[in-house]
Design a protein around this ligand. Structure first.
Ligand SMILES: [Zn+2]
Length: 70
């Protein structure tokens, strides 16, 4: 069990889970790289069906407010 989940936020039917990147990801909000080893938010569409859990959005911690607000 090596999950590094620290916290999860529920906002507007979405679940944003703070996660440490095991590889690089692209930020859904700003489009820049989330670097390996950085903590980022993995966002699941809580109310939209289980299928979307396989394809979460990802964004930097600093981009979360913008992502949720946009
Ligand atoms: Zn970003």
């Amino acid at each position: 069990m090596d999950a590094e989940v620290k916290t999860a936020l529920r906002v507007n039917g979405k679940i944003a889970q703070l996660t440490r990147a095991r590889k690089g990801h692209k930020c859904t909000d700003c489009g820049l790289l989330i670097e390996k080893g950085d903590e980022y938010y993995c966002i699941y569409q809580g109310g939209a069906g289980l299928g979307n859990i396989k394809f979460p959005d990802r964004c930097h911690q600093a981009c979360l407010d913008n992502y949720l607000g946009g």
